[in-house]
Ligand binder design. Structure first.
Ligand SMILES: Cc1cc2nc3c(=O)[nH]c(=O)nc-3n(C[C@H](O)[C@H](O)[C@H](O)COP(=O)(O)OP(=O)(O)OC[C@H]3O[C@@H](n4cnc5c(N)ncnc54)[C@H](O)[C@@H]3O)c2cc1C
Length: 608
């Protein structure tokens, strides 16, 4: 994996060019490499050996406290020491001012080694980054900096038992805490009441405090909450109350753990149902959790989604790395496991010894499929992370373009690896045969861990609605047109290269079909008709994007700098696999989109 990661960063994306930007001027190629080396080492030593333990010794709640394996505490301490919690932050707030693409690449090692243990860090860094963008100076000082330093960890509390995909139905309420509520230096002070479901890292004792970021509605003048997402505000709700210097006051906030969820995978991250303000820990003699408003009332979702690009790229990258981990285990196994004899013109020769299963065409199919999914997925996530850097530090036109491209690519960055790198995990199990179905090998855990990714951070279906319902039609389809120009530029370059002209033509045809299907989906202008087949559209769109990236990567793999012959041949073979076995699938997906297939709309509940 490291060789592919370095190739994608250096030879394909040319990350060294970022060094000419003022924000990254104090860095060097050696510093980028040493960050990757350090993270690779910590992940190998402190995360990977305990990944199984974090699964089998699931977090346990004894009614008072939540217990985690000691290894999780130690892994987190090593992560905190590495400084990665503030990797992308300014140097003057204690950060490393690294580009997003290097931060993501470095974090990839942790996702591969133990995605569940890495979950605590991802949430904390996301929480604190959000506060840097939207908090007051004191909120940044007290709540963000203490998370970047690893003194406290954080959560994101959006979901409720009755409000998952539809956050407009959030029922948690926030009311001003007394007359002087606006005078609190930590921010306008409210009392929150409600239940938050599925909250990852919602309870643990890794750190002395936990900073919850909570979505809740402030009742309007008639005492009723504003309907829809416009009524949602964002609050900082610490588990233990703190003063304006960041010292614990000794007073517990009214946030209580109702219980832990017992999950299919990702077991090393606690997952909680939290009760806010039910009176278990009254503050000043009253029920109600103390929360400090972040930003303006009613702007909660806007603040929360400020970090959406990074969060979704992070989820996609986690899915990729789980796929990668399974691919490597199954590749290794396929080289060792002897079974069956080759078919020859004269049939099989039982007197010959069995061959390693990697020699069977069907096993090669499963390995090549995995390779094309996980390496292609890695290219997708790094490309998107590089766009985040362009958006933040590029020249105005380039930054604008990066922002437009990110709009259309983010649903793909989140959803494509969630589906196809999960499929890679399933194929890894298949390569191991019966052994893959046991708990003696890690491949089953990788599959279970990865199964989450199609569910959280916007389900697959919701990402599909976002893509077809919003992203490809916004600004008159500007995002799709820009993407088509980028794809066209790769087609143009590849069209003149021996061995790449045929896939270049196939990609041109696929792009044309995608454009035509987008128009056909919206031809009647009726959203229900267009959107009933949004998920097949998402699948086709993702496959076209991946075919494009594979062609572009194959071009880069031919350059003399990437001269390792087997390495380059491997990239070319994975590209060929994707064009031969994967890209043709788009015809079936786009067929139902283009004809606005009516079945799903006509189906009656009582026909099931
Ligand atoms: C392990 C785990 C960790 C999580 N961590 C967090 C966390 O830290 N913080 C947090 O806030 N949340 C977290 N979540 C919650 C997660 O974001 C939600 O589970 C997710 O948003 C889906 O909500 P839901 O479970 O209520 O499913 P629902 O919204 O009920 O969806 C069920 C199904 O219906 C489909 N569906 C729903 N609405 C529509 C629609 N309008 N059109 C088409 N299809 C639709 C969905 O696609 C899905 O397939 C976590 C969840 C899990 C399982």
């Amino acid at each position: 994996m490291r060789q592919t990661l370095d190739f994608l960063l250096q030879d394909w994306l040319g990350v060294a060019s970022l060094l000419s930007r003022p924000r990254f001027a104090d860095h060097s190629a050696e510093i980028f490499a040493s960050v990757l080396d350090t993270c690779e080492r910590i992940a190998r030593d402190k995360f990977a050996p305990f990944n199984r333990l974090s699964d089998t010794q699931e977090p346990h709640f004894d009614g008072e406290r939540v217990h985690l394996p000691q290894a999780t505490h130690e892994a987190m301490a090593a992560y905190v020491d590495s400084g990665m919690l503030a990797a992308a932050q300014d140097v003057d707030v204690g950060g490393m001012q690294l580009p997003c693409v290097i931060e993501m690449a470095a974090n990839a090692f942790f996702s591969k080694a133990s995605v569940a243990m890495g979950g605590y860090a991802m949430l904390t860094s996301g929480n604190a980054s959000l506060l840097m963008a939207h908090g007051t100076p004191l909120q940044r000082e007290v709540f963000a900096k203490n998370q970047f330093s690893g003194r406290w960890f954080g959560t994101m509390c959006l979901s409720e038992p009755q409000a998952g995909s539809s956050l407009s139905d959030v029922a948690t309420r926030a009311v001003p805490d007394g007359d002087g509520f606006e005078a609190d230096p930590l921010g306008p002070r409210y009392r929150l009441r409600g239940n938050k479901m599925w909250i990852s890292a919602g309870e643990h004792e890794i750190t002395e405090n936990i900073i919850h970021l909570v979505l809740a509605k402030i009742p309007g003048p008639e005492g009723k909450p504003v309907a829809g997402t416009r009524g949602i505000s964002l609050f900082i709700v610490p588990k233990k109350l703190v003063d304006e210097r960041g010292a614990l006051t000794g007073q517990r906030n009214d946030v209580a753990l109702a219980g832990l969820n017992h999950k299919l995978g990702y077991r090393g991250t606690t997952n909680t149902l939290l009760n806010f303000g039910e009176g278990k820990y009254p503050v000043a003699g009253r029920a109600g959790a103390i929360g400090y408003l972040v930003g303006q009332p009613g702007h909660g979702l806007r603040c929360m989604f400020h970090m959406m690009n990074e969060a979704r790229i992070g989820v996609g990258l986690g899915a990729v790395m789980l796929g990668y981990a399974g691919y490597e285990v199954s590749l290794d196994y396929a080289k060792q496991r002897a079974q069956g004899r080759p078919m020859t013109g004269g049939g099989k020769d039982p007197t010959q010894p069995p061959v390693p299963i990697i020699e069977h065409a069907d096993v090669r199919r499963m390995l090549l499929a995995q390779k094309s999914y996980v390496e292609g997925g890695l290219a997708l996530e790094l490309y998107c992370a590089r766009l985040v850097d362009e958006l933040a530090t590029g020249a105005p036109d380039a930054a604008r373009e990066a922002g437009t491209l990110l709009e259309v690519l983010t649903p793909i960055a989140k959803s494509w690896p969630s589906e196809w790198c999960l499929e890679a995990n399933s194929l890894a199990i298949q390569v191991l045969g019966g052994y893959g179905y046991t708990r003696d090998f890690m491949v089953e855990q990788y599959w279970r861990d990865n199964r989450l990714n199609m569910i959280h951070e916007g389900t697959h279906g919701i990402q599909a609605l976002d893509l077809l319902g919003r992203k490809v039609v916004m600004d008159g389809g500007a995002g799709l047109q820009l993407l088509a120009r980028r794809i066209g530029a790769t087609i143009e370059r590849a069209g003149h290269v021996e061995g790449l002209a045929v896939p270049a033509n196939e990609l041109a045809a696929a792009l044309q079909k995608l454009g035509a299907a987008t128009k056909a989906a919206w031809a009647s202008g009726v959203p229900e008709e267009a959107l009933a087949n949004a998920t097949p559209y998402l699948q086709a769109f993702g496959h076209v994007v991946l075919a494009w990236l594979w062609l572009d990567v194959a071009l880069a793999a031919r350059r003399p700098a990437a001269a390792d012959a087997s390495f380059g041949a491997g990239k070319h073979a994975a590209m060929r696999y994707f064009y031969a076995y994967e890209l043709p699938k788009i015809d079936a997906w786009l067929g139902v989109v283009s004809r606005r297939e009516v079945l799903l709309r006509e189906m009656h509940d009582d026909w099931f």
